[in-house]
Structures are given as C-alpha cells and as structure tokens.
Write a protein that binds this ligand. Structure first.
Ligand SMILES: Nc1ncnc2c1ncn2[C@@H]1O[C@H](COP(=O)(O)OP(=O)(O)OP(=O)(O)O)[C@@H](O)[C@H]1O
Ligand SMILES: [Mg+2]
Length: 162
C-alpha cells in the first residue's frame, strides 16, 4: 500500500516513525527534497533513518552534528543516494544570542554543500529547513513532527509544498 499525500499519522513508538519514513521513501525519487519540521527530539533523525532504509542506501544515519550534511551512497547503482542535511547550526544552533541568518546567507551556505549535484542524483532530507528550503526548491515534501508533554507518542503530518 502506498502512503497518501497529504496525510497524517499517530506514531506511538520510534519504530512507527521509522516505518513511516520507509513508506515515504517509496514516493521519493532523485531530485526530491524532504523538509523535516519539529522541535529538538521530535524524531526527525529517526524518520530519516526510515527513509534511508526505504531507499536502501549505505551507512548508518546519525545526527550530523559536526558536519552540515552527510551523503549515503545508494546500495545499488542507478538508484538515488541520500543527502542528509541538519540546518540547526546554520540557524544559530544553541546560541540564543546568535542573530538569525538571512535567507540569502542560508541559500549561500546550502549552495556550498553542492546541493545542485545532489539534486540530480539524490534524495535530499533537510532537518530544520522549514522557512527557507521551500523557497529554494520546487514542491518539497514537508513532514511536521509534534509531541505532547510526558509521552513518546508523536504526531506526523505531511504535504507537498508549493
Ligand atoms: N514515537 C517516536 N518517534 C520518534 N522518536 C521517538 C519516539 N518515541 C521515542 N522516541 C525517541 O526520541 C528521540 C528522537 O530523536 P531524534 O534524534 O530522531 O530527534 P530529532 O528531531 O532529529 O532531534 P534534533 O532536533 O536534535 O535533531 C530518539 O531518542 C527516539 O528513540
Ligand atoms: Mg536530528
């Protein structure tokens, strides 16, 4: 069964979040961009793990804390790889005094990641990209993850922007 877009789902456990990622991967092709929205610990990286599994790319997905982006090559030639971007530090990270960067500065930084190449060959997943990635690419898949207090349950909703 193919997951529908737009859609929403309750995710009781991290495995449910990964399973949703794997299902969403079935919709993705080289050149697609996925924007993951949601607060710290919402499950953005967990969802990315599922997308990576669904795409069948190499390497373990981790939070790219010290690098802005990591590329996972396809396990089989001819299939898309995965570029996993964490824009948290681009946005100022933990520093509450950091001035928010301008959209142009963000676009410049993203350009330095050589996303153009990625956009030909790979699926690009961006954590913390809401608000600027939409203006840089056509019709990204936007996935929002939310959680309540004192519960592991997440709620995901997703749609194609633009
Ligand atoms: N239903 C759930 N879905 C996703 N993660 C869950 C769920 N329940 C518990 N967790 C746990 O919550 C944490 C989510 O962490 P994850 O790194 O995926 O969040 P994140 O949104 O990427 O955070 P950050 O903004 O720091 O990058 C993991 O430790 C995971 O095991
Ligand atoms: Mg993360």
């Amino acid at each position: 069964m193919t997951v529908e877009v737009p859609g929403s789902r309750e995710l009781p456990t991290v495995d449910d979040t990964r399973a949703l990622g794997a299902e969403l991967a079935g919709l993705l092709h080289a050149g697609d961009v996925v924007v993951l929205d949601g607060p710290l610990g919402a499950g953005k990286t967990a969802l990315t793990t599922g997308i990576a599994a669904g795409l069948g790319v190499r390497g373990r997905v981790t939070s790219p804390t010290f690098v802005l982006a990591r590329r996972h090559a396809p396990a089989e030639p001819g299939r898309p790889g995965l570029v996993h971007v964490d824009a948290y530090r681009l946005l100022g990270g933990e520093d509450p005094d950091a001035a928010p960067p301008s959209p142009t500065a963000l676009a410049d930084q993203l350009e330095s990641l050589d996303l153009d190449t990625a956009l030909d060959d790979d699926v690009v997943v961006v954590e913390w990209g809401t608000g600027f990635v939409e203006s840089l690419v056509d019709a990204p898949l936007v996935v929002r993850l939310r959680r309540g207090a004192d519960t592991d349950v997440r709620r995901a909703d997703w749609h194609r922007a633009g």
